[in-house]
Design a protein around this ligand. Structure first.
Ligand code: PLP
Length: 362
């Protein structure tokens, strides 16, 4: 039996710790999803998300994890005779390219070594040499703890390739990192809520541009569950096409209120301070996996320069203090470990966590 009284507090890079007041939002009375109360909840939530993501375009609420929107972006906005360029710099960006191929779309990749960023120059060079309908970018690569220079990439895209659609996975970046959807000229951005929104997993938020919707109208076989055209039709009534996870919308509404009350600049600053704190510790005791300039403010991937047995340290800290932090992802399993600093995690909690890791590594 799970020990519900004493579960570990989560500092893994998602799902992250969820505060008690947020959990309580998930336990409100159920609403009918075609009733006026739900429509009000949905409409309010979408309006707040527009402010949070700096957009006047479309917001879709998806009862899926973010991987569903990987697939949705490709199936809705890339036709079968077109090619998408997937930029790959770690496990999640690699996976999106695989998803694109599995949707039967012509997929080209631009790969860099894990830990390195994808730069505007690299993308420019690739786009100059071929005809692409869209590119995929991962804002914050959760495997390597790297933030791509998406603002610079977007400037280059707007100036040189304004007709190429830009799809951005901001799963571990949204809310924690600056994001001005309309100004950036992006066509799709999405995140699941178990990261910086600090809500339990099972739900995703997407912003979709008007031109992406126009494009979708011309793409056949968009599928059923993630059809953006159906999402847009339902959104006009403040609904979703299928029955949504209403408890998630309740929690999302609550978290959006808190984010707006704090102010997005302050929220981003808070994440920056947490990032700086963990990076300072990591550099003193180990090293950073990626160059500091690109190191993420929502999670840190620490290079295991002391050859600790990562799994053992994680287990020991959890046994003594009921907290969990993350091992490295995939091929980085033992030579890195990861600490999340996003959402409702606090600096004080991070101070405790690193001191407990210190106790173990001596
Ligand atoms: C950058 C990134 N993209 C996509 C995903 C997949 O998200 P989900 O598991 O919510 O489908 C993750 C999960 O950690 C992620 O970190």
């Amino acid at each position: 039996m799970v020990d519900w009284k004493n579960p570990p507090k989560l500092f893994i890079p998602g799902p992250v710790k969820v505060n008690e007041d947020v959990l309580q939002q998930l336990a409100r009375p159920t609403l009918g999803h075609r009733g006026k109360e739900y429509a009000q909840l949905h409409g309010e939530t979408v309006d707040m998300l527009k402010k949070i993501l700096f957009t006047n375009q479309n917001i879709f609420l998806s009862t899926s994890s973010a991987s569903g929107i990987w697939e949705a972006s490709i199936r809705n906005c890339v036709d079968f005779n077109e090619t998408v360029l997937c930029t790959c710099c770690g496990a999640f960006s690699d996976k999106w390219a695989e998803v694109s191929e599995s949707c039967g779309r012509k997929t080209d990749t631009l790969k860099v070594e894990w830990g390195l960023p994808t730069t505007p120059e690299m993308i420019d060079k690739k786009l100059a040499g071929g005809k692409y309908a869209a590119i995929t970018l991962v804002y914050n690569e959760t495997s390597t703890g790297l933030t791509n220079p998406v603002y610079q990439i977007s400037e280059m895209m707007k100036a040189k390739y304004p007709d190429v659609l830009v799809f951005v996975d901001a799963v571990s970046g949204m809310v924690g990192l600056p994001m001005h959807f309309d100004d950036l000229g992006w066509d799709i951005v999405f995140a699941s809520v178990q990261k910086a929104f600090a809500i339990p997993p099972g739900f995703a938020v997407a912003a979709v541009s008007n031109r992406a919707l126009e494009k979708a109208k011309k793409v056949p076989y968009r599928g059923y569950y993630f059809d953006f055209i159906q999402f847009a039709k339902s959104a006009e009534k403040n609904q979703t096409p299928t029955t949504p996870s209403i408890p998630h919308v309740m929690a999302l509404n609550y978290q959006c209120q808190k984010l707006l009350a704090e102010g997005m600049e302050n929220v981003w600053q808070r994440h920056k301070e947490m990032g700086q704190f963990v990076r300072t510790w990591a550099k003193e005791k180990f090293d950073l996996f990626c160059e500091e300039k690109y190191a993420s403010d929502t999670l840190t991937t620490v290079k295991n320069t002391r050859n600790i047995v990562v799994g053992d340290v994680i287990k020991a800290v959890q046994a003594k203090h009921k907290v969990a932090f993350g091992n490295g992802y995939g091929k980085l399993k033992d030579n890195t470990f990861r600490i999340a600093h996003m959402g409702d995690i606090t600096l004080d909690e991070l101070r405790d966590l690193v001191s407990w890791i210190d106790d173990e590594i001596g």
